[in-house]
Design a protein around this ligand. Structure first.
Ligand code: FES
Length: 149
């Protein structure tokens, strides 16, 4: 099988994936696995989108009412193991995992964590170290040494 050609031209990349040049500061993952869905994680995700839209912070396509230069990305994810204590919400690069999140909690999470950088301790269950590394693992096959995350 022939190797896939990797696109490296910055303008082409920006056109194909505008997120590559957006000023993303935070990425919020909302689990939409089966158990989290059963406690209405879709409404949790919708609540994040509403709160961030109201502040013009939600990254996304303009034609969908979002901000292409928004600083916060909200996406779904699959199960992370909080199934019995969902809905699970993870905020990166802070590495904070929240459990038992309901839509009613979202305004507080946005005000405290997203806007002011204060973890909402009553819902926070885990902090994953996210210090990263400037070098990719040898297994990545890349010789990049100036990788910044
Ligand atoms: S279904 Fe959400 S953590 Fe498992």
């Amino acid at each position: 099988m022939a190797d896939k050609e990797v696109i490296t031209d910055p303008k082409t990349l920006e056109t194909l994936a505008p997120v590559t040049t957006a000023p993303i500061r935070l990425h919020i993952f909302v689990c939409t696995g089966k158990s989290c869905s059963a406690v209405d994680s879709a409404e949790v995700k919708a609540a994040f989108e509403r709160e961030l839209l109201a502040r013009n912070m939600l990254f996304g396509k303009e034609k969908k009412g979002k901000n292409p230069k928004g600083s916060v990305l909200v996406t779904e994810c699959a199960s992370v193991g909080f199934c019995a204590i969902g809905a699970a919400v993870m905020v990166y690069p802070d590495g904070i995992w929240y459990g038992q999140v309901r839509a009613a909690d979202v305004p507080e999470l946005v005000e405290e964590h997203i806007l002011n950088g204060r973890v909402v301790r009553r819902l926070a269950l885990l902090k994953v170290p996210c210090q990263g590394s400037e070098e990719l693992p040898a297994s990545s096959g890349s010789d990049a040494t100036n990788w910044e995350a």
